[in-house]
Design a protein around this ligand. Structure first.
Ligand SMILES: Cc1cc2nc3c(=O)[nH]c(=O)nc-3n(C[C@H](O)[C@H](O)[C@H](O)COP(=O)(O)OP(=O)(O)OC[C@H]3O[C@@H](n4cnc5c(N)ncnc54)[C@H](O)[C@@H]3O)c2cc1C
Length: 454
């Protein structure tokens, strides 16, 4: 007879698989149910984007489960943003001046497969595919799963960890009992969709555009980005309003798409040979933020990852934040917390931080599509790089969020915003900033840090 699991996990996506693996390493028996088929056996999409930017918060969690090196072998380092203006001129903006600080482009599928393989190595029957969480009965502490072939699985008195993504069924079940737990829920849809397109390798198999960069074509109220893959392809993503003068609504014919690209992204066109085909064949993805609270019910249910806090992708932090959830839960387990106390402490510690990164991601959308091309912003970014080079103990807001997992998202946001305000003031004055003025600026920045310690 199979041993009764200690935890049930709904969703074997990125966060669920990492969570399952970590709990197995801690000696727990886990049972995961995944609504899709096994991506290792069927050629199905791994989900919402083809590749992702993995950075230090996510890497710290992968290190916890012993998979850091293996994952990084499959990643392409991105040292900075390569900004393409309308005329095709390029400007490189490094992410950091400290050696080793970069982000990593990695395939969602590769990440997910390595995590699932590692989990199944420890517990071969841990994941059941084609089976979804269908309902929760809080009165009887029961979770119900339904397979595609009509089988039902019910578990009683076993805590459910819900990592079933942005459209979480577990979260909807909490909504159902919202008067009982005063459940708050907010969903903020962007008026933007996204479309993924492929930049294939050059004829000689090399990358067509600079390989160690995240490419951005900022165009004010819309933009395109491209992240490299190890096979010398890039996945480009167009972010565009649904309606309006330049929007998905007006791009209804091959001719309109070609005209739009010739006008705004001309330098990219030779690199996207299947532009019109992919534009009409690939689905348009939606972008939205989800905030909710509380993330748990007694000792029965805990939401984690996008189920608790879906954010828009413009800081490259959604998965990193979900991976950090696993790291924090693990730390709390080290403190011997369990049951409702564990869930409550976890929620208290994570909610403030996931709200912060959600807000930062919304700010960064404006920065990426609009400000990276703005001269004052470019001066500020260049000044930040000079400051980091002059005094490596100074971290810009971007660096705090991306390279400093020891600093919470909330602190990175509050301190980073103050730093930004000060530097934008300095850069908008138009005055020449020579090396002699750097110590004085750093002193002001240090003062902000001291006044706002975590
Ligand atoms: C375009 C785009 C680009 C992004 N880029 C980045 C990036 O660069 N860096 C970054 O850190 N993040 C990025 N993100 C965010 C990242 O994709 C998510 O934060 C991450 O996937 C969340 O992981 P998750 O496991 O919580 O949810 P998901 O990855 O959505 O996994 C949920 C899993 O649950 C399964 N499931 C759903 N419902 C049920 C059910 N009822 N029962 C059982 N299983 C179920 C799903 O099939 C899925 O496998 C991006 C997102 C988008 C949309």
């Amino acid at each position: 007879m199979q041993q009764k699991p200690d935890y049930i996990i709904a969703g074997a996506g990125l966060v669920g698989s990492l969570l399952g693996l970590r709990l197995a390493q801690r000696g727990f028996r886990v049972k995961l149910y995944e609504s899709r088929s096994d991506m290792r056996k069927a050629d199905i999409s791994a989900g919402r984007s083809i590749n992702l930017a993995l950075s230090d918060r996510g890497i710290r969690s992968l290190e916890l489960v012993g998979l850091k090196q293996e994952m990084l072998q499959h990643a392409v380092p991105m040292q900075g943003r390569m900004v393409h203006d309308v005329g095709g001129n390029l400007q490189f903006q490094p992410y950091s001046e400290r050696p080793g600080e970069h982000i990593n482009s990695i395939s969602r599928r590769t990440l997910n497969v390595i995590l699932m393989d590692a989990l199944e190595k420890m517990q071969p029957d841990a994941i059941t595919f084609n089976t979804e969480l269908s309902s929760l009965d809080f009165q009887n502490f029961e979770s119900v799963f339904q397979s595609r072939n009509g089988e039902r699985f019910m578990h009683q008195n076993i805590p459910l960890l819900a990592t079933d993504g942005a459209n979480s069924v577990a979260r909807k079940e909490l909504m159902r009992i919202s008067p009982l737990i005063r459940f708050n829920y907010a969903q903020n849809f962007q008026n933007y969709g996204y479309k993924e397109l492929t930049i294939p390798p050059a004829e000689d198999g090399s990358f067509r555009i600079h390989d160690h960069s995240l490419h951005i074509w900022p165009r004010g109220h819309f933009m395109m980005i491209a992240l490299p893959n190890p096979d010398a392809t890039f996945t480009a993503t167009l972010f565009l309003p649904y309606e309006g003068k330049e929007s998905f609504a007006v791009l209804q014919t091959e001719e309109s798409v070609t005209d739009f690209y010739s006008k705004y992204f001309a330098d990219s066109m030779p690199h996207i040979p299947a532009l019109t085909k992919e534009f009409f064949e690939h689905p348009t993805g939606h972008l939205y933020t989800v905030k909710c609270h509380p993330w748990y019910y007694q000792d029965q249910l805990q939401l984690l990852g996008d189920a608790a806090h879906a954010i828009i992708p413009f800081y490259g932090q959604g998965m990193n934040c979900g991976f950090e959830d696993v790291f924090v839960l693990d730390q709390l387990m080290d403190q011997k917390l369990s049951g409702e106390e564990l869930f409550q402490k976890f929620t208290d510690s994570r909610k403030i931080n996931s709200d912060a990164i959600a807000d930062l991601a919304e700010d960064n959308f404006i920065e990426m599509r609009d400000k990276v091309g703005d001269p004052v912003f470019q001066r500020k970014r260049a000044l930040e790089n000079r400051l980091e080079k002059f005094d490596p103990s100074y971290f810009s807001k971007y660096a705090l969020v991306t390279f400093r997992p020891d600093v919470s998202y909330h602190h990175a946001m509050t301190l980073g915003r103050m730093q930004d305000e000060l530097l934008m003031q300095i850069c908008s004055s138009g005055e020449e900033i020579n090396d002699a003025s750097l110590p004085e600026i750093l002193l002001k920045l240090k003062k902000l840090t001291l006044e706002n310690s975590e």
